[in-house]
Design a binder for this molecule. Structure first.
Ligand code: PGA
Length: 253
């Protein structure tokens, strides 16, 4: 059930300007050292649209991969003021895109909209980081699995290129709060997501599933003992090279 390759994905959210490339450059130096000791991982930074093109032009021969944080559901171009399509992302250098983040669901994004976004991203050959997660209320009512199952089924089609979709399990109550799930609950939830996905979509392999929500250099060790977790979506702590590097260092310690 475990996929050995580990993902460390930074979600910068509404953060970063032209000078923030120094954060990525420092992480890149660290990534090169990590490669020498044969650690198999992918380091991805999902940055604001405004930085994609300039950063991708500066990051040649780099171990860091760039991604975006959302896209419009319509491919190509159209009359959607303020929006960015998946083809625009690809042309700007993104290889990944985060879709279905709870911060976007909160402002009205629906499962069916997310499904269209995933479809358009896959058409552009982008890898999708598809976020799912329950609210505190859902959790208290014991509805976590019900919610996760619905989010997955309503946003993913059997016809999609499923091996291009990574799932990020991010409990809403954990994002930016410093609160994290108990490890026994995480094990159960990761097993549930993986087996449910595999049987529902009849895939040969289990999907890659990441954890996201208040990951930091202190709690990462606990997560490292849960082999079902294939990597992490890291928000706040990815805005500092030191914090981000310390997370990876402590993970492998
Ligand atoms: P956090 O955010 O690490 O700041 O909790 C995670 C996310 O929103 O992806």
């Amino acid at each position: 059930m475990t996929n050995k390759l580990k993902y460390f994905i930074g979600n910068w959210k509404m953060f970063g300007d032209f000078t923030s490339i120094k954060i990525i450059n420092k992480v890149n130096i660290f990534a090169k050292r990590l490669k020498k000791v044969n650690k198999k991982n992918k380091i991805i930074f999902c940055i604001p649209y405004t930085l994609l093109h300039i950063f991708s032009s500066k990051l040649n021969n780099n171990l860091i991969i760039l991604g975006a944080q959302n896209c419009h559901e319509q491919s190509g171009h159209g009359a959607f003021t303020g929006s960015v399509s998946s083809s625009m992302l690809r042309k700007s250098g993104a290889k990944y895109v985060i879709l279905g983040h709870s911060e976007n669901r909160k402002s009205g994004e629906t499962n069916s909209q997310i499904k269209k976004k995933i479809e358009s991203a896959l058409e552009e050959k982008l890898n999708v980081i598809f976020c799912i997660g329950e609210s505190l209320q859902d959790k208290k009512k014991g509805k976590t699995f019900f919610v996760l199952r619905k989010q997955i089924r309503d946003s993913i089609s059997k016809k999609f290129k499923l091996n291009k979709i990574i799932i990020a399990y991010e409990p809403i109550w954990s994002i930016g709060t410093g609160k994290i799930p108990k490890s026994k609950d995480l094990r159960k939830t990761f097993n549930f997501i993986k087996t449910n996905f595999k049987s529902n979509f009849k895939t040969k392999k289990f999907p890659i599933v990441l954890y996201g929500g208040s990951v930091n250099d202190k709690n990462i060790k606990m997560f490292s003992f849960i082999s079902e977790i294939d990597g992490f979506l890291i928000g706040g702590a990815s805005q500092s090279s030191k914090k981000f590097i310390d997370i990876i260092k402590n993970y492998y310690k």
